[in-house]
Design a protein around this ligand. Sequence first.
Ligand code: C2E
Ligand code: MG
Ligand code: MG
Length: 756
Amino acid sequence: MDQKNDPILLKYFVMVAGLATLALAIANLGVEQISIGLALIVIFAVIIAPRMSLTLPRARFAISFGDASVFLAFLIYGGWTAIIIAGLETLSNCIYLRRKGLQFGRRMIITNVSVSLLSFGITYLVYLSVPSISFVNSDHTSTQYLIVTLGALAWVHFLASSILAAIIQSLRQNLGFLTIWLRDCFSSSMTHIVGAGLAGLVYTLVNFGDLMTGTIVFAALGVAYLSYRQSIEEINSAMDQAETAERQKAETEKVRRREAEDHAAKLSKSLERQELAFEALRRSEQDFQHAALHDSLTRLPNRKHLGDVLRQAIAEYTEDPSRHFHVLFLDIHRFKNINDTLGHSIGDKVLSVAAKRFARMLNPTDTVARIGGDEFAVILRGVSSNEKALKVARRMLKSISQPFSLSGNRISLTLNIGVASCDEEYSTPEQILRDADIAMHHAKERKLGVAMFNRELRSRFLERVRLEMDLASAIDNKELSMSYQPLIDLRDGSLMGFEALLRWNHSEIGPIPPNKFIPIAEESGLIIPITRWILEETTRQLSQWQSISHTTRDLIVSVNISGKHLSNDDLIADVENALTRSGIDPHSLKLEITESAAMDDPEHSINMLRRLKQTGVQLSIDDFGTGYSSLAYLHRLPFDTLKIDRSFVSSVGEKGENSEIIQTVIALAKNLKMRVIAEGIETESQYRILRNLGCDYGQGYLMSRPLTVENAETALYERKNWAPTGYERSESDGIDVVQFPAGRNGGSRARGDRRA
Ligand code: C2E
Ligand code: MG
Ligand code: MG
C-alpha cells in the first residue's frame, strides 16, 4: 500500500496563489470583453470541451480540447480572460469527471483549479516578461509569430502546470519529483500542443478565413474528430473487452486456482484420513496377527506360533549344530478335575497362573507356548546337555507344585514333562513335538514326572498306536475270544465258576497278552464296546454250560469291568441287556472291579455299584491290596467277594511265612461279610495254607490255567475235581479250618450257598 501524505501547506499555498491570480484576472477583466464570442468560448470550455476529450488507448493522459478554448480566449481576449477560462475549464472538467465516477481526494478539485489558474497566470507572466515570444507588439497576422507564440505558450503552460502537479504528487506519494513528472506529467504536453494548435487554427479561420473555408475546415475537423473518436472508442472498447476477457480469464484462473487449492486441501485431508484408516487397519492387522499367533487366555504364543519358532530353530540347528535346543512338552495332571470340581473360570485362572510361573522360570531366548487345553510346550535354547534340560524340567515341576490360593481354594498342580532334544532326524516342528509328547506320556504312565525321549519310547508308542487301530476292528475280525479260568471251592475242590479272561489273537502278530492291550483299550475307550461284547459272549456261554447238568446249574461267570466303564452310565444297560438276552439268573454273573478303579472316585463307585447291585449281579473287588483302599469307603461299597491279589499269595512260603497280610485281609473280608477268593495259587502249600486260613475260593495255575471254551466244556462234562491230589476232601474230612465269624453271606459253605 502506498504511503500517501497530504501536502496540505503546499496545497493551501497553491490555492491562495491560484485564487489571487483569479482575483487579479477578474479585476483586470474589461466589461467590453463580454461578448457572444466569449460566451461561446465559455460554453465550449465548460460544457463541450470536457465531453470531447479523447482518451488515447493505454496512454496516461487524454486529449483535452479545453486548452484550445483557453488559448483561443488568450488570443482573442487576452491573458486575464484566458486565466478565468482556464479556471472554469478545469473546474467543469473535474466536475464532469467526478460525475463520470472519477474519485477526487479532499480539496483536490480546488487544488486542480488553483494549479490551472496559477499555471496560466505564470504562463501569462512569462508571456509578458519575454517580449520575443509575444506577438502583442508584433504583426498579428503573421502565422509565424502565431506559431512561435502559441508554441511557447503551450510549453510554458505545460511546464508550469506539470511542475506544480508533479511537486504536489511527489509529496503526496513520497516519490521523486522527476519520476512523477516523467511518468504522469510529461505525456500531457500533447494536450497543450494540440490545444494551442487548435486555438491557432480557429483564430486564423475566425480572423482570416471566409465562411466557406471555415465551414469546410470545421466540417473536415468535425469528421476527422468523429471518426478518430469512433475508432478510439472502438479500440478502447476492444481493449476493454480484451481487458474484461483477460480479467475474466484471470478471475477464472483465480477461481480455478482456488478450486485447485481447495481440491488439494481436500485431497490432503482425505489422504490424511486414508493414512489414519491405513494406520487403524495396520493396527487391527497387527492385533489380528497377534491374536492369530497367541492364546487369548494366557497371552502366550499358541501352537502355530510355536511351530514357526520351532521351524526356525530346526533350520538354525541344521545349519549350525552348536545351536542346539530342547523341547519340553508339559501336561497338567488331572486338570479336568479342577474344571469339573471348581468350575471353568477357576480352571482358566489356574492356567494363567501356570503360564506365568512357566514364563518366569525361563530365559528371554526360550519360548513357552500354550498348545492345547492343559498342554504347554517350551523351547529351551543353549542348554548343553540332556541332563541340564531335565534339570530345568524338574525345576519347573517343583515350581508349579507350590500350592496357591484362588478364590478361597487351595490349589496345587502336578505336571508331567517330556523332553526331546534336537536331532538331525527332525525336519518339522511336529516331529520333535510328537517325541516330547511321547516322553510326556511315558512320564505320566510310569509316574515319573519327567522323562527324556528315546527311540525305544517311540517304537513302543508307534506299536501302541498300531495296536489301538487294530483293536478297533478286532471284534469284527473275530480276533477276540474268551478263556475261562476255573474258580475253585478250596474246601472240596469243586468248581464254583469261571473268571472270563479276554484273549486277542492278532492276525499278524499272534497272541497279545491282556496286560499289553487292556490298557490301550482302556485309554482309547474301546474297552466299553469290547466289554459289552464280553458280557454278551460270557453270559451266553454260561447259560449253555448251566444247562449241561444239575452240577453245572449253579456255575457263575466272573467278568472284569474296567474303571473307565464303571464311570460310564451305559454299564447298567449293558449288563441288563446281557442278562436279558442270555436269560441267566443275574446272580450267576459276577463283576470284578479292581480296587484302584473302585477307589478312584469312591462316591461315584458307591453310587454305580449300588445301581449294579439292583440288577441282581454279584460284585467282587479285584486285586485287593494293590490299591489304596480307604476303610471308610470299603464298608460302604456293596461287594460280595474280595479277591486277594496274586502278589500276596505268591509271597507265602512253604511253611506259611508272609501269610500275615493274607490273614488280616481274610479277617477284614469276613468282618465286612464278604467271601474271600485268592488268585495266583501256584503251589500246593499255598493252596493248603489259604484253605487253612479260611479262604473260601481259589484260582491259580495249580488248579488250572485259563481254558479255552472247548477245554472248559470237556472239564464240565467230566465233572472234574480241581483240587490238587490229596486235597479233594469234603468238609466232613475235618481239616484244620480257621474259624471266622459268619460273613454277610452267611457262614455256611454248602454248595447251594455259593450263590448267596
Ligand atoms: P485279573 O483280573 O487279576 O486276572 C487274573 C490274571 O492272573 C489273569 O491274567 C490270569 O491268567 C492270571 N493268573 C491266574 N492264575 C495265575 C497264577 O497262578 N500264576 C500267574 N502268574 N498268573 C495267574 P491274564 O489273563 O493275563 O489277565 C491279566 C489282567 O488283564 C487281568 O487281571 C485283568 O486285570 C485284565 N483282563 C483280562 N481279561 C480282561 C477282561 O476281559 N476285561 C478287563 N477289563 N480286564 C481283563
Ligand atoms: Mg480279575
Ligand atoms: Mg486279579
